[in-house]
Design a protein around this ligand. Structure first.
Ligand code: NAD
Length: 370
């Protein structure tokens, strides 16, 4: 006997998107300050443990060239953050007129200093100094900013891990993790492809098994909107005020807003206020989770910098790493000859080659358009 055909039950209406519950969220708003405070607390505990066990603390050297007020402020904040968690802070303050060789000599000094475990060169550098040459001179084992091609190469490779990951994109990932937002198997869109935020953010999401799309300045706006609308996670890092509108966001998606853009605001004493690359109010009405600007990604950048420094200090102090030749300034033909360390372990050399090649391709592909 055949059973009578029944018409399929109407599909239940999709459940309203629920914000993930996390002590670091107020409703659907991610509290970046609270996550950053937790990272600092964990870092302070690690530093105290190293001091108690080995009588040594991690050290961070910050190199600044010139008198830009914003750079001076960032450097002061970084030094203060180090002091608060017990990291020793070193610094070199060079005038605008410093030559490239003088800057390279300072970096070489910190490379050789056993009390320094992280070196950071505050960007931008004055125009007469070759930024890539200076960043490339930082020992890869002390590259706390994670901008060395070797570290980026390792980030790009399956089965390899960088010693350091760039602080802002890693900060975005930590926000997602600490707020319980799933990444594996999810669709992620990164808006922007800069070397310091967009590109490493895409690599990190890929490493964590998200399906990643990058949209950039050459992507037609309507296409960027349609692609973002499919995303479970959007990382907005375009440097374009309020580019990502509510209509770009899938209900329940997470929006991590890296942008910090000043816009006119006559109600403020300063005459301006900071907004992100996402339109906060519109996106908040649709998103399952969203970072505010300020108070979202911003506080994470310095928190991750000090965490990277503490991790580096731990590797040096426990003897897990030594300074190798990679990243040291080598001149002329010597640059082409692999170091003893690179020959002993050819994979990092391959990673370096991939990183350098990727960097060259990126530079060529993005020359004249960002
Ligand atoms: P960048 O200018 O180097 O790169 C911007 C990227 O966005 C480029 O790759 C470009 O292709 C892309 N882009 C530009 N217009 C676009 C558009 N209309 N649609 C899609 N993509 C577009 O900037 P960056 O250094 O990557 O920084 C991005 C933003 O993040 C800026 O607002 C910056 O101030 C901010 N930022 C914040 C922190 C922090 O700690 N909060 C750290 C770094 C950068």
């Amino acid at each position: 006997m055949s059973t009578p055909a029944t018409s399929a039950a109407p599909a239940a209406p999709a459940a309203a998107p629920k914000a993930p519950s996390s002590p670091f969220m107020n409703g659907n708003v991610i509290d970046g300050k609270a996550v950053a405070a937790k990272i600092r607390e964990e870092t302070a505990a690690k530093v105290a443990e190293l001091k108690a066990k080995f009588g040594k603390v991690p050290g961070l050297a910050v190199v600044i060239v010139g008198e830009r007020k914003d750079s001076q402020t960032y450097v002061r904040m970084k030094k203060k953050a180090c002091e608060e968690v017990g990291i020793a802070s070193f610094g070199a303050d060079l005038p605008d007129t410093a030559t490239q060789d003088e800057v390279l000599a300072v970096v070489a000094g910190f490379n050789a200093n056993p009390d320094v475990h992280g070196i950071l060169v505050q960007l931008p550098l004055p125009k007469h100094i070759d930024e890539q040459a200076v960043l490339g001179a930082i020992s890869v084992e002390k590259d706390v900013d994670g901008f060395q091609p070797l570290n980026i190469g390792r980030l790009a490779m399956k089965g390899r891990e960088p010693l350091f990951t760039p602080c802002t994109p890693l900060g975005c990932m930590v926000l997602l993790e600490r707020c319980g937002i799933p990444i594996k198997g999810k669709r992620a869109v990164v808006v922007g492809r800069s070397n310091i935020v967009g590109m490493p953010a895409a690599l990190l999401l890929n490493k964590r098994d998200a399906t990643v799309t990058v949209v950039h300045s050459a992507t037609p706006k309507a296409e960027a909107e349609a692609i973002c609308l499919q995303a479970d996670i959007i990382i907005a890092a375009a440097g374009q005020a309020q580019l990502v509108r509510g209509s770009w966001v899938k209900p329940g998606a997470a929006v991590i807003d890296v942008g910090t853009n000043p816009i006119d605001d006559k109600t403020k004493a300063s005459g301006y206020r900071l907004v992100g690359d996402a339109h906060f109010e519109e996106c908040k009405a649709v998103a399952g989770a969203i970072t505010p600007v300020p108070g979202g990604v911003g506080p994470m950048t310095i928190a991750i910098l000090i965490r990277n420094t503490a991790d580096s200090g731990e590797r040096f102090i426990t003897g897990a790493v030594k300074v190798s030749g990679a990243g040291r300034q080598r001149k002329g033909l010597a640059k082409l000859i692999p170091t003893r360390e690179q020959l002993a372990s050819p994979l990092p050399l391959l990673a370096a080659a991939v990183g350098v090649a990727a960097g060259a391709v990126l530079q060529r592909a993005t020359a004249g358009r960002r």
